[in-house]
Design a protein around this ligand. Structure first.
Ligand code: HEC
Length: 202
């Protein structure tokens, strides 16, 4: 009767040793004369591996216990929403933006600053128009609602030479400068008004 082998003996791997270096070689792992060594993984690798496990456990623990705003998407979303509401009155729960005609003093000052530093090269500081149209008269190429102005300022009219300010000016700044044009420039009397362009809108 043959003695049953222990399971560990059944899967036993035979080793060979490199004749020169005495490194342990895996048997039957020879391809094109290249042999595979049977070295243990280096300790830095093991540390890294254990480190990832420790990190994962800590990460989950912190996520569950403290729910930091930077890591929880739902919270991040709520924060962004709250921020958007304080700047440009986004309706709660939607990405839609309500266009409001700003006319408070601070917004008008901010709008004027932006207009004089960014827009005046083409529209003149008094809005009389140069490369760009006169913004003080009742004639408009793209309409005269806050939304119309906001859209032109945001998207520009590249082929006519009006620059898109989507990236250069914040949402709030575009709203402020729109308000400044509609409240302060429209109806004023610039020194050298450019002849009307577009349609008459009363
Ligand atoms: C490089 C020149 C240039 C600059 C700078 C510029 N604009 Fe214009 N803008 C134009 C031109 C040209 C048009 C005419 C577009 C058309 O006819 O479709 C225009 C059109 C407009 C209109 C639409 C006018 C209408 O009749 O409908 C508004 C509003 C406007 N600009 C606002 C601004 C504001 C605000 C800024 C600064 C943030 C600005 N522009 C900066 C050249 C410029």
């Amino acid at each position: 009767m043959t003695k049953d082998k222990l399971p560990s003996e059944q899967v036993k791997v035979d080793y060979e040793y490199d004749t020169l270096t005495n490194d342990r070689l895996l048997k039957d792992h020879e391809y094109d004369g290249i042999r595979e060594l049977d070295n243990a993984p280096p300790s830095w690798f093991n540390m890294l591996f254990i480190g990832t496990i420790v990190f994962a456990v800590l990460y989950l623990y912190i996520l569950w216990m403290f729910q930091p705003a930077g890591l929880v998407q739902a919270k991040e979303y709520q924060n962004e929403l709250a921020k958007a509401k304080t700047t440009a009155s986004a309706e709660p729960g939607t990405r839609a933006i309500r266009m409001v005609l700003l006319n408070d003093e601070e917004s008008m000052q901010n709008g004027q600053k932006v207009f004089n530093s960014v827009c005046a090269v083409c529209h003149l500081a008094d809005g009389g128009g140069l490369v760009g149209p006169n913004l003080t008269d009742k004639y408009w190429v793209h309409g005269n609602s806050v939304k119309d102005l906001f859209t032109v300022i945001t998207e520009g009219v590249i082929e006519k030479g009006m620059i898109p300010y989507r990236d250069q000016l914040s949402h709030q700044q575009r709203l402020e400068v729109s308000g400044y044009i509609l409240n302060n420039l429209v109806g004023s009397e610039p020194a050298n008004p450019k002849e009307p362009e577009g349609e008459l809108i009363e």
